[in-house]
Ligand binder design. Structure first.
Ligand code: DQA
Length: 145
């Protein structure tokens, strides 16, 4: 029972990158807070980050066989990637889209998301806590709560 937590470009720099927007927590912190939610419920977290669109597509395809749900922060690909949307459309489990910042408070080009056409829920502006909230929701759905 594995939940994939997928992260797009520049999120490897989380904690160092524009901290006034994205905060000082790192992807390791994301992994820890998601595991804190998942482990007691018997789920595992597999966190992945890539700066390359095709690698994220590959991860989503792999998820078809090995993951029961996907939490994804596609970074800038949110606003551009039909390929990531198409890949997510091949995945049958719950998909939650997560943005650290409130994209709706920012530039207009961040207001549209291709991924939202597939996502069962979207979190934006909850900082890294959004990942933990999305994980919590995934587990509730999979447990039929
Ligand atoms: C982001 C928002 C995107 O617009 C941006 O390109 C990112 C991060 C967020 O987590 O707030 O890289 O997805």
């Amino acid at each position: 029972k594995t939940i994939y937590v997928l992260n797009g470009p520049n999120l490897n720099l989380l904690g160092k990158r524009e901290p006034e927007i994205y905060g000082s927590d790192t992807l390791e912190d994301v992994e820890r807070i998601c595991t804190d939610v998942a482990a007691p419920a018997g789920f595992e977290i597999a966190l992945f980050q890539s700066n390359h669109e095709g690698e994220i597509v590959d991860q989503i395809q792999q998820a078809r066989d090995t993951a029961c749900a996907i939490v994804i922060n596609p970074g800038a690909y949110t606003h551009t990637s039909v390929a990531i949307l198409d890949a997510l459309n091949t995945f049958e489990g719950p998909v939650f889209e997560c943005h650290i910042s409130n994209v709706h408070k920012r530039e207009a080009f961040r207001h549209h998301s291709y991924v939202s056409l597939r996502a069962d829920g979207v979190l934006a502006g909850f900082g890294i806590e959004g990942y933990a909230l999305a994980t919590r929701r995934v587990i509730s759905l999979l447990q039929g709560i």
